[in-house]
Design a protein around this ligand. Structure first.
Ligand SMILES: Cc1cc2nc3c(=O)[nH]c(=O)nc-3n(C[C@H](O)[C@H](O)[C@H](O)COP(=O)(O)OP(=O)(O)OC[C@H]3O[C@@H](n4cnc5c(N)ncnc54)[C@H](O)[C@@H]3O)c2cc1C
Length: 420
């Protein structure tokens, strides 16, 4: 049951659906516009979705121009987050280290770094194994004799996603936006191909001409209920946590990726680890219309650990640990999997977000489908969608985020190859 008094406005210029990192950032940039009224409708709580279940890694080491530019934009926002929003730092720039065993993959990585440098990521560079061993505070940490090289960017790192969503929401409120927690949007009403209102559980209706749909993995359920399905599906992902280590200090470690697969980063003085060797994408999720998923079952299973994905012997957590022990052999003796956490990636057919007005419905703006990049790119996505709503030009190329090609099962421009 929705709370009795949601204090919903009867009319507002823009409704933002969802107060995860992306919706919160969109609200912040929208509320910057003088005279524009903005209401954030959130069914559960701020950061209640994938935002609070994320590894929250941040990198500029991408292969597509738009993703590099989104990272550069977001980096500036995150570096100055405490000054803008108050509170402690949300960005731990410990760096991001891709380790490679394969010479051909390393050669491709070296070329990618040169391209990234030319795109403005000034501090990304390729390293020899000896250079990896000489990274400050990391001597002896990695099995450098097993690798042919690495790429390294010291200004990458990881983020504090709950604080980010809360910071953006509070900032948007200070700029005059309103937040309505407990307001579950059941559909977007339109007529003549134009948004007219959002419908809220409990029989409420908020008149508006613009909706930013930033409901994470729930986005397709809201969109489909509005007659405009989008190819965004929920795909389960797990994170594995080692105990806090007593034998060695890892709290200063960068995010480490082994052969573009398993990854680890510090959480306190333990490691948070992830891998996607068994992606469980529903059949047909590479096409439009997307496969039907059961929202209630997904909701129930959001934090559940499916058989085989746990931390015991013969389970996936042990495989992840074994993968990472190839990069950090001491993990075999000093590590272990103490805890498993789950959540959903909100995935599109090409692992790239939809940041686009819906060609079927004027005023319906999508900001979803971040496919594992939604925390790092939230500021850029929020800015871009806010610009689209007010008819301004976003600060980076948007063709690769358009919805229209996906609806026609066509490939989008500027494809990303660095998806983890
Ligand atoms: C295990 C894991 C690891 C990840 N690692 C990374 C990483 O390293 N780096 C990175 O950048 N990203 C990562 N991600 C992805 C990232 O977490 C998501 O892309 C990001 O959180 C999406 O944010 P969002 O605001 O779009 O969606 P969400 O955080 O899911 O927020 C959506 C909000 O909408 C609300 N909502 C839903 N339906 C309705 C409705 N009908 N009415 C009103 N409100 C509604 C929900 O309650 C929720 O608060 C990871 C995700 C997982 C699960």
């Amino acid at each position: 049951m929705p709370p009795a008094n949601l204090n919903l406005p009867t009319r507002v210029d823009v409704v933002v659906v969802g107060a995860g990192a992306v919706g919160a950032a969109a609200a912040w940039y929208l509320a910057e516009r003088k005279g524009l009224s903005v209401a954030i409708l959130e069914s559960r709580a701020v950061a209640a979705g994938s935002t609070s279940r994320s590894a929250a890694a941040f990198r500029q080491q991408f292969s597509s121009r738009a993703h590099v530019q989104m990272s550069l934009f977001s980096r500036r926002v995150y570096e100055t987050f405490p000054q803008t929003f108050g509170g402690p730092p949300v960005f731990l720039q410990h760096g991001y280290l891709f380790l490679y065993e394969d010479a051909a993959a390393m050669e491709a990585a070296r070329r990618r770094v040169e391209w990234q440098n030319a795109e403005g990521v000034a501090d990304a560079r390729a390293l020899t194994p000896d250079e990896v061993d000489r990274l400050p505070g990391l001597g002896g940490a990695f099995a450098v004799r097993s690798i042919v090289g690495a790429t390294w960017c010291p200004t990458d790192g990881f983020l504090r996603p709950t604080e980010i969503a809360a910071g953006f929401v509070d900032g948007a409120k200070r700029r005059g936006a309103t937040l309505h927690v407990g307001a579950k949007v059941t559909g977007v009403e339109s007529s003549g191909g134009q948004v007219r209102a959002v419908l809220v559980e409990g029989g409420h209706r908020v008149e508006t001409k613009a909706v930013v749909l930033a409901a994470g993995w729930w986005s397709n359920f809201v969109s489909a209920a509005s007659g405009c399905p989008i190819p965004v599906v929920a795909v389960k992902r797990y994170l594995y946590l080692t105990p806090q280590l007593e034998s060695r200090r890892v709290s200063h470690f960068p995010l480490v990726v082994w052969n573009l697969g398993a990854y680890a980063r510090p959480e306190g003085n333990g490691l948070m680890m992830g891998w996607d060797e068994r992606p469980d994408r529903p059949e047909g999720s590479d096409r439009f219309p997307p496969p039907r998923q059961d929202v209630d079952r997904l909701e129930e299973a959001q934090d559940a650990v499916a058989p085989g994905y746990g931390k015991g012997i013969d389970e996936y957590g042990v495989e992840v640990l074994a993968q990472l022990a190839q990069a950090m052999p001491w993990l075999e003796d000093e590590g272990g999997v103490q805890f498993v956490a789950g959540g959903y990636y909100e995935v599109t057919p090409d692992d790239r977000a939809i940041l686009s007005e819906d060609p079927r419905c004027k005023g319906l703006f999508h900001a979803s489908g971040f496919s594992g990049h939604g925390i790092m790119h939230a500021p850029a996505a929020g800015k871009a969608v806010a610009d689209l709503v007010v008819g301004a030009t976003p600060p980076f190329p948007m063709e690769g985020f358009a919805l229209a090609p996906l609806l026609e099962n066509r490939e989008r421009a500027d494809r990303e190859k660095m998806v983890i």
